[in-house]
Design a protein. Structure first.
Length: 237
């Protein structure tokens, strides 16, 4: 069967397709916002309950250790301090994975700076970030989308591109925001148009951007490497 010519589609069918696409985009945006809110709430609960309790236990253990004189007891107390310290750090990393508080309290620039610095240290890569000079505030939905784009780009650079250097660049020309994650890895075998973003992570990014009136593109870098770019229309915070 021959596919219908897109230029000769029935107007009513075109209207129905447009309405259906708009409804699906709205639904996806709602689901992602709900997902983000749940992650934020869970991270806050971990901070306020588990994190606070572990910190308090560490302080109490320190006070109890001051009254110990037995060498074995002191050694056991130190082991417990070390164990509690590991739990506190793990809890912090889980919180950060779920939701970056710096995004909410200090803005996207602080969140990106922390993300890129910790990524480079953890994986032994040269990870650099370039940010606008102005300290403009952006809506939370835009900040979340930009941060998720950075996370996806860094993950892909590590897992697929086998890169040694990654640059995360945020540009703001007053009309639109553009976040680019560029690496020096193996690159793409051929150009990747937007509709070829079949990885679930990239597809979610595309839907996030689309819900905000923006777009996502994956392309090759001249000289080798890959660039993941998200463009969003500029909106006041």
């Amino acid at each position: 069967m021959t596919a219908p010519d897109p230029q000769h589609l029935d107007p009513e069918l075109e209207r129905q397709v447009a309405e259906r696409t708009a409804a699906l985009t709205e639904l996806v945006a709602h689901l992602m916002n709900s997902w983000d809110d749940e992650r934020r709430l869970l991270a806050r609960k971990l901070h306020d309950t588990l994190g606070s309790s572990m910190t308090a236990l560490t302080m109490h253990l320190g006070l109890l250790s001051k009254g110990l004189t037995d060498a074995k007891a002191l050694d056991r107390a130190q082991q417990m301090k070390t164990l509690l310290g590991g739990i506190i750090e793990t809890n912090r990393l889980v919180q950060l994975t779920l939701w970056n508080d710096k995004l909410e309290f200090l803005g996207i620039k602080a969140a990106l700076s922390e993300l890129v610095a910790e990524f480079g240290q953890e994986h032994g890569l040269t990870a650099r970030v370039s940010l606008p000079d102005d300290d403009d505030a952006y809506p939370r939905a835009q900040g979340v989308a930009l941060l998720r784009c950075a996370e996806e780009g860094l993950h892909n650079a590590l897992q697929h591109a086998r890169a040694k250097t990654v640059d995360v660049i945020l540009d703001d020309d007053g009309e639109q925001l553009m976040l680019t994650v560029r690496d020096d890895g193996v690159g793409l075998a051929r150009p990747a148009p937007p509709e070829s973003l079949r990885c679930h992570g990239l597809r979610l990014l595309r839907e996030r951007a689309r819900a905000l009136g923006g777009s996502v593109a994956l392309g090759r870098v001249e000289g080798g490497g890959t660039a993941l770019t998200m463009i969003l229309p500029r909106r006041a915070g």
